[in-house]
Design a protein around this ligand. Structure first.
Ligand code: ADP
Length: 508
């Protein structure tokens, strides 16, 4: 019964391990998928931010460029102000790229600084922009760094008035752009952003350590129409690196699962190998058992039929001889009966049926009856049994029939295997919370390495198998089962050549 439970538990455990393996594979692939999804999401978000910023800047600049009327340059300041544009300054150049009189206006810059910057642009930048090649009424842009390494952004357009070409140049107010405009784009509870220039200096957002493995980075577009801050980047990461934490947590769980699964499968395989070995050994023993039992059944039967026939035919010399024959028949039939009892009880136990009927019993009485039953065999074997039974033992809950069978098996074994010792000592006494029944013989004893195995079903000691001593190998297995069913156990203590003592104890 216990074995069936164990095997079922084992099968379950191995199945669970396989399921764990399957889960591991799935979770691993889904973790990778999750990471890919996350990365894609971050990239999309960063892309969206870049597009938003650029379209706002480009739109504002384009609107201002369109709004500036060359025929009303005296009102340039008003025009710029009315657009509310974030510009540092605006200046108009004629076809020779010379500033037009009254065509410069400072926005947010100090007027003196504005003029100085304009002249710097004229000296260093304007000439490189290839303004004459620019199509009419189209915005162009230029991003760069001034003498102080400060970034600047220019937007410009080629216009025409009365057949003459003019160029309108806007210097965007970058600080204002970043401080006033960026915050609306980068408000998020779940993500953190960074806007960095081409030298990876952070201009806006958090000063976090950007990790390209978990975050996403998108560069500002560097095209003529949409371009603004060339070389700048928007970087984005998860605000709470939950994914990372989750991932490392999952890694630990996965490792534990994997280790556990491998361990369970290994243990399962080892147990399976042990079970197979044990089963094979039991099968070998079982076939021995069958031949032993058939032999044991046949021998007394042929003795009975032989002496029965002699008696029936009156082939006896005297009445004493007749009594002797009858006694042989009686002894052999008792023996046969005992064997059949053993085999039947054993079969019941093997099938896991409830075979015991417990009742409060007087142990001394039960043991005395068992000794009585064994007496004739003792006499026939020319052996004596000394018994010392402690008379004032408490009542014990036991199955009297089963217990008698156990005692008879122990005494039978002593008669069978320790006949040369001539003496068996049986004691029954209380030791602490237990009652101990000890059967001591003075026979050949049992080799140490076989002392555990003799309690296995069908097992017979090597030495005994060579002797013509009949046996089935189930006696001690049965005794052990009975003892354990009573909450007790049986042990053997033996030195080879020096007899054996079997101790059967029961709890009180
Ligand atoms: P069986 O007696 O039918 O062979 P048991 O289960 O009663 O089966 O005993 C198992 C084995 O234990 C025996 O074959 C024998 O080798 C050994 N054995 C049991 N009792 C004794 C004993 N008193 N002295 C020596 N060997 C014993």
């Amino acid at each position: 019964m216990r074995r069936v439970l164990l095997v079922n538990a084992l099968i379950f455990a191995v199945l669970a391990a396989v399921v764990a393996f399957a889960y591991f594979g799935w979770s691993n692939s889904s973790a990778v998928a999750l990471r890919d999804d996350q990365k894609r999401l971050l990239t999309d978000l960063a892309q969206e931010k870049v597009l938003n910023i650029e379209s706002v800047v480009v739109e504002a600049d384009t609107r201002l460029l369109k709004a500036i009327r060359l025929d009303q340059l005296d009102r340039l300041g008003e025009q710029v102000k009315s657009m509310g544009a974030a510009v540092a300054q605006v200046f108009v150049l004629d076809f020779q790229l010379k500033p037009v009189v009254d065509g410069s206006i400072a926005g947010s810059s100090d007027p003196k600084d504005a003029v100085a910057m304009r002249d710097w642009y004229l000296a260093h930048v304007i000439g490189t922009l290839k303004l004459p090649q620019l199509p009419l009424d189209t915005r162009g842009h230029h991003y760069g760094r001034d003498a102080n390494n400060k970034p600047y952004l220019l937007s410009y357009e080629k216009k025409q008035l009365e057949g003459r070409v003019y160029y309108v140049v806007i210097e965007d107010d970058l600080n204002h752009l970043i401080m006033a405009m960026f915050p609306q784009f980068f408000f998020s509870v779940t993500h953190i952003y960074q806007v960095v220039d081409e030298r990876t200096t952070v201009w806006f957002g958090f000063g976090f350590q950007y990790d390209p493995d978990t975050g996403a980075e998108i560069a500002f577009t560097d095209t003529a129409e949409h371009g603004t801050l060339d070389g700048w980047n928007v970087r984005i990461m998860e605000r709470y690196p939950t994914a990372e934490l989750e991932l490392s947590h999952r890694r630990i769980v996965d490792a534990a699962l994997l280790g556990g699964a491998v361990a369970i499968i290994l243990v399962g395989l080892i147990l399976l190998a042990i079970a197979i070995r044990r089963e094979r050994r039991a099968n070998e023993l079982k076939s021995d058992f069958i031949s032993n039992v058939s032999h044991e059944l046949k021998t007394p039967l042929s003795i009975i039929s032989m002496f029965g026939e002699m008696l029936a035919n009156g082939r006896t010399k005297s009445s004493e001889q007749a009594t002797e024959y009858a006694e042989i028949i009686w002894r052999e039939s008792v023996r046969l009966g005992r064997l059949i009892d053993n085999v039947l009880d054993f079969a019941k136990i093997e099938r896991g049926m409830g075979v015991y009927e417990f009742a409060e019993s007087d142990l001394v009485e039960v043991v005395t009856r068992a000794i009585d039953l064994a007496n004739r065999r003792l006499t026939a074997a020319n052996m004596t049994l000394e018994s010392a039974l402690d008379e004032d033992l408490p009542l014990v809950r036991l199955d009297a029939n089963a217990f008698t069978l156990a005692v008879l098996n122990l005494v039978d074994n002593a008669i069978k295997y320790a006949g040369d010792g001539k003496k068996i000592v049986l004691t029954l006494r209380r030791v602490g919370p237990r009652v101990v029944l000890a059967v001591k013989d003075y026979g050949p004893g049992i080799p140490l390495e076989e002392q555990d195995r003799i309690f296995e079903r069908f097992y017979r000691a090597k030495e005994m198998r060579l002797k013509p001593i009949r046996g089935s190998g189930i006696g001690l297995a049965l005794v052990q089962h009975i003892a354990r069913a009573h909450g007790g156990d049986i042990t053997v203590d033996s030195k080879p050549g020096d007899g054996a003592t079997f101790q059967l104890w029961l709890p009180i």
